[in-house]
Design a protein around this ligand. Structure first.
Ligand code: GYE
Length: 305
């Protein structure tokens, strides 16, 4: 009997899963909320999570994956900084029998190299932002775009969707006059917008930012030149972090398209299924909504991130 208990205790302790999580970095408020959501759910489920903050550096992320494979973790969660370059390391993970969950951003690779993708539909988000502008722009037509991390699926898809939706309305005069990369960061958004205001001055009527942090930076830059964000210049972005929803409620931001980062429970559920012989859907998309003056105040109290 004692031996049986010892055996049981042994299997129970062996059952604790070890999961490697290669996060992009900590570039935005969205990212902090996403990291927290996965960490807390892992803890709840008694999972040993090895968290690596790649500090927006692809080499760091690649190194993290290699060390997870060398340590024979039970599963890998990857939020890929960029879309390309993952084939070789994913082949190694596959050869080692380690399931990989791609979350948040997508990759371009043979789909058999990863188990599942879980995240938002960035193309749809870009489209929703463009459609909101088309419906609410009044006389405003000239747009500047603040772009996220080059090569990331989030920036790629939001740009592609926005441009293609706007392209169908060039006859109405809608035009993207300039684009600037600000890497999803608030300080860079402020800086980029200040430069755009210098070079394009009174031309700018609408700002489309690939995330809220950059939009909040842009709002500061607009105020710094004595113009009124939300009125003189329309500002639209994506993520719907609490500070941005507050800015919508106070009229400085016109619209933010939600991109929900709180899907740690879905990611961890996939980990548990995949490591216990279960199956998961190849792709799972989160549902996102549009937030503007019509619903911001009402949504604010329940905002979790
Ligand atoms: O919009 C931005 C973050 O990949 C959806 O990355 C994510 C984006 C998000 O830094 O704030």
């Amino acid at each position: 009997l004692v031996a049986a208990f010892a055996l049981l205790a042994c299997t129970v302790s062996q059952a604790k899963l070890t999961v490697g999580f290669a996060q992009t970095g900590s570039e935005s408020v969205w990212r902090a909320a996403n990291s927290e959501s996965i960490k807390s759910e892992a803890e709840k489920q008694g999972i040993d999570l090895r968290f690596v903050d790649a500090q927006s550096n692809v080499d760091n992320q690649m190194k993290a994956l290699r060390s997870f494979i060398a340590d024979q973790v039970d599963a890998i969660v990857l939020a890929p900084l960029v879309v390309s370059g993952w084939e070789a390391v994913l082949q190694d993970a596959k050869a080692a029998g380690i399931p990989v969950i791609i979350m948040d951003r997508k990759i371009v690779a043979d789909p058999s190299l990863y188990a599942t993708f879980i995240g938002s539909d960035f193309f749809k988000e870009g489209q929703m932002a463009a459609e909101w502008i088309l419906a609410h722009a009044d006389q405003k037509r000239k747009i500047v775009e603040l772009q996220g991390e080059p090569g990331s699926s989030a920036a790629n898809e939001r740009q592609r969707a926005f441009a293609s939706t706007m392209a169908t309305h060039t006859s109405d005069g809608f035009r993207i006059v300039a684009r600037k990369v600000a890497n999803f960061r608030r300080d860079q958004g402020r800086q980029a917008m200040a430069e755009l205001l210098t070079t394009h001055g009174s031309d700018i009527e609408i700002v489309f930012a690939h995330n809220d942090d950059m939009a909040l930076g842009a709002i500061e830059a607009i105020e710094a030149v004595g113009r009124s964000p939300g009125r003189d210049i329309m500002v639209v972005s994506i993520d719907a972090i609490k500070t941005a929803v507050e800015a919508v409620a106070s009229g400085k931001l016109n619209c933010t398209v939600e991109c929900n980062p709180l899907f740690g429970p879905k990611v961890i559920e996939a980990v548990v299924r995949l490591t216990s012989g279960g199956t998961v859907m190849k792709e799972t998309f989160n549902k996102d909504i549009v937030i503007d003056a019509s619903n911001a105040a009402q949504l604010l109290p329940s905002r979790q991130y």
